[in-house]
Design a protein around this ligand. Structure first.
Ligand code: ADP
Length: 226
């Protein structure tokens, strides 16, 4: 079953929306009111579930000529790829919560899902840069407070990596490197968008359309040569 790639700026609300989507899909899968057994298994994969730190995306510590070969980010991508590949099948819905900001990477994942004859789609989290930056700055402030209070910052960020801030330069750089999805390409479509201000009803409508495209009536039959 399908691969749902979540994408967006750092601290734009991706994990929040991914968890909402997980809960929505969980309810739909478990809805056996028609007497049928659940058809799908559901998986949520993210940097947090794989214990990948924010710092793997940080290029600021590297000399300019080695940036394109940032090994830590490549290793992280290999880990994520392996985790997706292990579970993706016609019977498994995989939500991949992450930056997913490189179009070549999204293309690679799209091909992987095609190889197991299951659809892929993109859920873009639309959030103004100012808002996303504010969230990161608030997290940096909290981290600093914790340090001042004598707490071990490494330990506290390990306790909840999803709340860990990005270093300011790392954050700016990721926004700069972000490759906007293009719904005209096969690997970025179908493309669904949720905005920061989308309320519960709007969010449900988007999730309904997403479900229809990847699991419902509107689901496209995936042929390997498409
Ligand atoms: P990301 O996964 O992109 O780093 P998170 O999902 O962790 O971002 O969200 C960052 C913060 O913003 C969290 O504190 C979360 O509660 C808050 N948040 C996320 N989305 C929304 C939203 N749509 N409206 C209000 N607050 C939100």
């Amino acid at each position: 079953m399908p691969l749902i790639m979540v994408t967006g700026f750092p601290t734009s609300g991706k994990s929040t929306r991914a968890k909402q989507l997980y809960s929505y899909l969980d309810d739909r899968i478990k809805d056996t009111s028609n007497g049928a057994a659940p058809k799908y298994r559901l998986h949520l994969i993210s940097d947090q579930t794989l214990s990948i730190s924010r710092s793997v995306y940080d290029l600021s510590a590297l000399p300019a000529h080695t940036r394109s070969a940032n090994a830590s980010e490549k290793d992280a991508r290999a880990t994520i790829y392996g985790a997706v590949k292990r579970v993706l099948s016609d019977k498994d819905i995989v939500i991949l919560d992450g930056l997913n900001y490189i179009k070549g990477w999204r293309y690679q994942l799209h091909c992987e899902s095609k190889a197991v004859r299951t659809p892929s789609c993109l859920l873009q989290i639309g959030c103004p840069t100012d808002k996303a930056k504010e969230v990161n700055q608030e997290r940096l402030r909290k981290q600093q407070e914790a340090e001042t209070a004598g707490q071990d910052p490494i330990q506290s960020s390990q306790d909840d990596e999803s709340e860990a801030p990005y270093a300011p330069e790392n954050w700016e750089n990721l926004v700069f490197r972000y490759e906007e999805p293009n719904a005209m390409t096969r690997w970025d479509s179908p493309l669904f968008t949720l905005l920061w201000d989308d309320d519960e009803e709007q969010t449900k409508q988007t999730f309904d359309s997403l479900w229809d495209a990847v699991a419902g009536e509107g689901r496209k039959i995936v042929k390997p040569n498409q």
